[in-house]
Every structure is written in C-alpha cells, then in structure tokens.
Design a protein around this ligand. Structure first.
Ligand code: GUN
Ligand code: FE
Length: 476
C-alpha cells in the first residue's frame, strides 16, 4: 500500500506519514513500513527490500489509511431494537424491550436471518475487531460466531449467562445448564479455521450478562471455568445505572459491585467491563490492580439515561480503556459515533468541573496518581483516536496484533476517503483527479473531519488480516 498513513502511538500522540509505503505479506501481517518514499521510487524500494512478487495499491487523492476500529462492547442480538426505548432507564428498558427482543433468538432460523446483516453493518462501519454479546441461546450464538468467521471479522463472541432475575421466557434453567452450553460454545469456536497467519480470528468470551442475572453458584462455576482457561477473555457490565448498583448491593449483600466479580475471580487482565459510571474510587483501584479493561460506551450512557463516565480519571490512573457502541443501548453501530459521544461526554465533565457542580469540581485528590492529565478535561483528538484503535486493542489484549501499524502486526486497516466523490466530502474539496503534496497538517485535518463527520460513505476498504472484507469497494 502506498499513500498517507495515520498511526496511533500513545494516548496523546499519533503519527502522520504522508508518503508511506507499507508492505503486507501473503499471510496478512505487516512486513515493513517505509516513510518519505516518492511515487517514482515505490517499485525500486520494494525490490531493494527483497520482494519480487507483489502488487501495489496506490491510494487516490484524498485517501488515507488508519488502523481498523475496535468495538469493545456491543450486543449483536439487539441490532433489531436500535433506537427504541430511550425514554426508559436500564432495568425497565431490559425488562420491557431487550429481553423480549433477545428471546426471539431461541429460533436458530431467526439468528440466520439477522446475524449476517449485523456483521456486515459493523464491518462496513470500519469495525475490524468486535466484542459481541449474543443471547443466552447456544445455537444462535454458534451461528453468530460462524457468521463473523465467514465474513472475516476479528471477533470475540459470547453466550450470555443468566440464571436469575430474568423473566421465565428468557432465563437459563440452572447454573449447570448455563455452564454446559458455555463449554459447548467454547468447543465450537475452537473448531473454526485459523487465519493465514496461523491464529484464530474468532475467539470465545465468557459473558456473565451482569451480576444481577447470575446466581452466586453460576458465578462460582464461571470463575472455575475462567481459572481453567487463563487465555479465555471475559466480558460483563458494571456500575451502569444507580438502580442497578443498588440491586447488586441488595442481592449480594455487599457494597462493591466490582467486588462481586472479584469474589468469583472474574477480574483479570483479559476482562472487559462495560460502562463503569458509578464505580467508587476503591473499585477503580481494584480494577487497576487486576489490570482489567473498561469499555467506555458513551452513546448508550446518554441514551438509556445512565450517566456520564469519568474516563479522564481512569486514564490518569493508568486503566486500559477502549470504546464500545453498546448497541442497542447506543443507537449507532459505528465507532465514529462513539468517538463523537465520548468527546461530548468529556466536555460535559469538563463543563461541570469548571462550574464547580461536581464532587471533583475543585480538584479531586488521587494520592496514587502521579499526574492529572485527563481528569475533568475534554479528551484531545489524539486520545479519542487512540481509544478507538490501540486503546481498544489493549482492552482486548490484542495490542501485539492490532490497533496500530508496525512490523509483525496484522494489517487490520481502513482506507478512508474524504474526497468530493464520496457523497460525504470534507471542506478540503479534494477532487478525484487531484494529485497534491499531502502535508502532515492536511492529514490532521482529514482525520479530525473523518472522526467527527465521517461515516460509511467515507470508508472504501475495510481490511482484516490483509484481506478486504468490507467497505464501498468490497464485492462479495
Ligand atoms: N446490563 C445488562 N444487560 C444489559 C444490556 O443488554 N445492555 C446494557 N446497556 N446494559 C446491560
Ligand atoms: Fe451492554
């Protein structure tokens, strides 16, 4: 690939490389990256590097490459309900809309009809790696894993565990049956073919829905299953809504929601907790000790009227954070929308802090925190970009493979266009025929406009492990 490349480096830094030559091997891994290569030196450079058999994809004007987006939390089984029930709060929303909708997946044919459209949509939105919740049904969730695998998306797929506090029509009959079905899903996903790089693209993930819907016995068995499989990822919800937190305290006779998961050994490096709005300082400290990642789901936090998460404080304490769309708590399956909502959420926090209306408005003490860089401030663009890519990779423990570009990493990428012929052009007015010298400043502007105003009209190619699997130019 030859053209402008933007590569996230850290929470506060991304690199813009205007004339970048990026070599991808036949297995889909990045071999090398060379900067400052003029158009006339592309072939020469490749041959110097020792390649003899190759194709060159030259990006057109107004096009650039970024790493694919990582959605660290979404519900594949809720896409049909997008946009409904946003005048409710979590517990009513679950009981009145979500559980009835999810119960329809007891019919595998329904799953076969719905899931291909879900994966197609997330892929075309630029999500190259996605953490999916399925329903509690084994068959339907196997179908979801098969679909993600067939469409070439990197994915984590989990079957909900829920054996209490749910309606009779949508509950698992016992902890042992819940565990048995979970093991069957793990075994099924392990049978799926590996990628050309020799590793699985689709991973199983333990998915206790949330503490409320799991009996102590079920949590205990899940903890045992996790202990027997250290590399098995875990996802659940935490401290999303005040009534939910109260209910967890009541059910488990405790005053720490995160502590419930910890009691059952479910907090570890490869655990992803969604939301976290009402985590106490002690709980945040616990998550840091366990090196747990948080999926920040700002769209859902606004639309199900949950609250505003204090992401800046998590980042200042060195907690791993990624973005989640949390469909259908959130209405958009696009990480671009999550970026926009994360920016708004951080601005709400910053405005509250300035007006002194929040507990932390006059500077909150964090004795264990070296620097206060993000707390009570709006998130910089570089940080938003990082959360959407490398931050998400960290949360999924995939940072060695994806989230940014480097030799040996998988080429999971988007070819983005901000040209006039996209149907969603930027103010830059780049025409298809134009060939211009692209400066780093121009690229910075392109990235900002794409993050805040872009959509799937601007995504030409979605590439996972070197293979084009979505975007405008993709044909099946
Ligand atoms: N907590 C438990 N289940 C859910 C769910 O489906 N969506 C959200 N946003 N929160 C939950
Ligand atoms: Fe969720």
């Amino acid at each position: 690939y030859y053209g402008p490349v933007i590569n996230p480096k850290s929470l506060t830094l991304y690199e813009t490389i205007p004339s970048c030559l990026l070599a991808v091997s036949s297995t889909g891994n990045i071999e090398w990256i060379a900067a400052d290569i003029t158009a006339s030196h592309v072939h020469e450079t490749i041959i110097q590097k020792g390649c003899t058999d190759f194709d060159v994809v030259r990006l057109g004007s107004g096009e650039f490459i970024i790493p694919g987006f990582i959605d660290t939390h979404t519900h594949a089984c809720q896409f049909s309900a997008i946009g409904t029930g946003y005048d409710k709060e979590l517990l009513d929303w679950l009981a009145d809309l979500t559980y009835p909708g999810e119960a329809r997946f007891s019919d595998p044919d329904f799953a076969r009809r719905i899931y291909p459209g879900v994966v197609r949509r997330t892929l075309n939105c630029g999500t190259t790696a996605c953490c999916y919740y399925g329903t509690l049904h084994l068959e339907a969730t196997k179908i979801l894993a098969n679909v993600a695998h067939a469409m070439g998306q990197r994915a984590f797929v989990g079957k909900c565990n829920m054996d209490q506090s749910a309606p009779q029509y949508y509950i698992e009959p016992s902890p042992s049956e819940s565990i048995q079905a979970t093991k069957a899903l793990l075994e099924h996903i392990q049978t799926l073919d590996h990628s050309p790089a020799g590793e699985p693209l689709v991973h199983p993930i333990l998915t206790p829905r949330f503490a409320i819907s799991c009996s102590p016995e079920l949590l205990k068995e899940l903890g045992k299953l996790a202990a027997a499989n250290p590399s098995l990822a875990i996802q659940t919800h935490v401290s999303e809504n005040k009534e939910e937190v109260k209910e967890v305290h009541r059910l488990f006779g405790c005053d720490s929601y995160a502590g419930v998961y910890d009691t059952y050994h479910l907090l570890r490096e490869n655990t992803i907790l969604a939301h976290g709005i009402y985590l106490t300082d002690d709980e945040v400290k616990l998550l840091k000790e366990r090196n747990v990642g948080i999926s920040h789901c700002p769209g859902s936090n606004f639309h199900v009227n949950s609250g505003v998460a204090r992401v800046g404080e998590w980042l200042d304490q060195g907690i791993k954070v990624g973005l989640g769309t949390d469909v259908s708590g959130g209405y958009s399956p696009s990480i671009l929308t999550a970026v926009q909502h994360a920016s708004i959420a951080s601005k709400v926090i910053a405005m509250e802090a300035r007006s002194g209306s929040h507990r932390n408005g006059h500077g909150h003490d964090h004795p264990h925190q070296a620097t206060v860089q993000f707390s009570n401030k709006q998130l910089p663009i570089a940080t938003l970009f990082y959360l959407a890519t490398l931050g998400g990779a960290n949360v999924c423990c995939l940072q060695q493979r994806v989230g940014s570009f480097g030799p040996g990493k998988a080429f999971d990428a988007l070819v983005v266009s901000v040209r006039n012929d996209t149907g969603n052009p930027g103010v830059w007015g780049v025409t298809p025929s134009e060939s211009e010298d692209v400066s780093e400043d121009v690229m910075k502007g392109w990235l900002e406009q794409f993050l805040f105003c872009g959509d799937d009209r601007n995504i030409r190619r979605v590439i996972v492990q070197g293979k084009v699997v979505g975007g405008l130019d993709f044909t099946e």
